[in-house]
Design a protein around this ligand. Structure first.
Ligand code: ATP
Length: 309
């Protein structure tokens, strides 16, 4: 081995040893399970900074469609890799690129003596960042490639689990709320001014809502002569139905991926959020008390123990 490669090897080894001591809290769970809310609760309790691991929320734009946590609700807790990438300049951040960027964000957070909190539902990004040996050519969720069970950091995983039928009911209602909050006009602007400048089927264009509404906007922009409002209404209803179906499908797949990581020995702490979601769906006013008792307090306890280890 020459001098250069042994020095480089020693540097790499030092970095890896340092990383292995670096503590990191990860908030996982399917779409809609309350990860962002829990991360803010943790971020106000422990001096921390948040790194996003939702592959669609990485990009600037489509804030309603992608369910980004509004700035005002972030309570001044710094967020990274959220609403950060300009999709016109970088249409898709690969898992390997995410690994490199997120690990340098983690080093920055730890140099400020804060706790890094990784929050988001994209298990492929979580895996790319955390697995000790990441091979971009393998897909650990395919069923045939192995899951690396050795981790790069000292990790504390909080997994918000919600019974799937209950979560589905909530997700369907959430789509209606998103529509009421202006999702269609946000998508209309995206179709008018952005979509043609983006590479098809990459990054932001894959957000649930974009492909589902394509036919609707095509029909809506047909000239008045050809347009039939009844047909348009039918196309709209179909788009909404597809969004609801695809969101529920996404939650199911995300849960299966989490289960796969768990089966491979990733030590996930399961936090059951089902009662909170039932209370929200029943219109019960005490849902936030249940959330605090069953999700926030146990999470704080787990993180406290982890930090004391
Ligand atoms: P996959 O390998 O299937 O892309 P993943 O773990 O990398 O899975 P997921 O977070 O499960 O990533 O996202 C899969 C797909 O779900 C995205 O490509 C997108 O279509 C949709 N999706 C995920 N997050 C969002 C979001 N915040 N808003 C809208 N759509 C989303």
């Amino acid at each position: 081995m020459n001098t250069f490669s042994s020095a480089a090897y020693a540097r790499l080894r030092r970095r890896r040893v340092k990383e292995k001591d670096q503590k990191l809290v990860i908030v996982m769970g399917p779409t809609g399970s309350g990860k962002s809310g829990l991360s803010i609760e943790l971020g106000t309790y422990f001096p921390s900074e948040i790194i996003n691991s939702d592959k669609i929320q990485l990009y600037k734009g489509l804030d309603i469609t992608t369910n980004k946590i509004p700035v005002i609700e972030r309570l001044n807790i710094p967020h990274y890799l959220l609403d950060e990438i300009d999709p016109k300049k970088q249409p898709e951040l690969t898992p390997l690129q995410y690994r490199l960027r997120a690990s340098s964000v983690i080093s920055g957070i730890s140099s400020r003596r804060k706790l890094p909190l990784l929050v988001g539902g994209s298990n492929s990004l979580i895996y790319a960042l955390l697995s000790d040996r990441f091979n971009p050519d393998l897909d650990p969720f395919s069923g045939s490639d192995p899951v690396c069970s050795e981790l790069r950091y000292k990790c504390c995983f909080l997994w918000i689990d919600v019974s799937l039928p209950v979560l589905n009911e909530y997700l369907i209602k959430r789509v209606d709320d998103m529509l009421d909050s202006g999702m269609v006009s946000e998508l209309a602007k995206f179709y008018e001014s952005e979509v043609d400048e983006l590479a098809p089927n990459t990054g932001l264009t894959k957000a649930i809502g974009v492909p589902e509404f394509e036919r609707y906007f095509r029909c809506a922009s047909a000239n008045a002569h050809q347009r039939d409002d009844q047909v348009l209404r039918g196309v709209y209803d179909e788009a909404v139905k597809n969004i609801k179906d695809n969101t529920c499908q996404l939650a199911k797949i995300q849960m299966e991926k989490i289960q796969r990581l768990r089966n491979a020995g990733w030590g996930l702490h399961r936090i059951d959020g089902t009662d909170t979601f039932r209370a929200v769906l029943d219109g019960s006013k005490n849902w936030s008390d249940i959330w605090e008792k069953q999700v926030v307090n146990p999470s704080i306890k787990i993180v406290n123990n982890f930090l004391e280890e």
